[in-house]
Design a protein around this ligand. Structure first.
Ligand code: SF4
Ligand code: SF4
Length: 115
């Protein structure tokens, strides 16, 4: 039952989640983070620190975001292969506040080359 990053994370990168993860299983794309499902130990530490409530246990994902389980698996493997493990907090994206609470597009979450 790994944890999954869902749509609210798009265009944010607050990255508070990264700082508390004991196994460093977050991977970074152009405008989105994912959790590697084979590395997450289900500790729940990242959930309360995410300011936009983007992280869920995979069996508690809101229905409209259930497919993010596949996005996390697919993108974590891709970004792991590219060396995009993120282990330290960084600045949020410049327009993160503007996006807070808005519906976001999945078009731009693909990998660095495709995005
Ligand atoms: S804290 Fe939440 S919104 Fe920010 S990068 Fe982590 S999962 Fe994404
Ligand atoms: S649940 Fe724990 S191990 Fe999994 S991503 Fe969050 S902080 Fe990391």
């Amino acid at each position: 039952m790994p944890y999954v990053v869902a749509e609210p994370c798009i265009n944010c990168k607050h990255t508070d989640c990264v700082e508390v993860c004991p196994v460093d299983c977050f991977y970074e794309g152009p405008n989105f983070l994912v959790i590697h499902p084979d590395e997450c130990i289900d500790c729940n530490a990242c959930v309360p620190v995410c300011p936009v409530e983007a992280i869920f246990p995979d069996d508690e994902l809101p229905e409209e975001w259930e497919h993010y389980t596949q996005w996390n698996q697919y993108l974590a493997e891709k970004w792991q292969g590219l060396g995009y493990n993120i282990v330290e907090k960084k600045d949020a994206m410049p327009d993160a506040e503007e996006w807070d609470g808005k519906e976001k597009s999945e078009e731009d979450i693909l990998d660095w080359e495709e995005g």
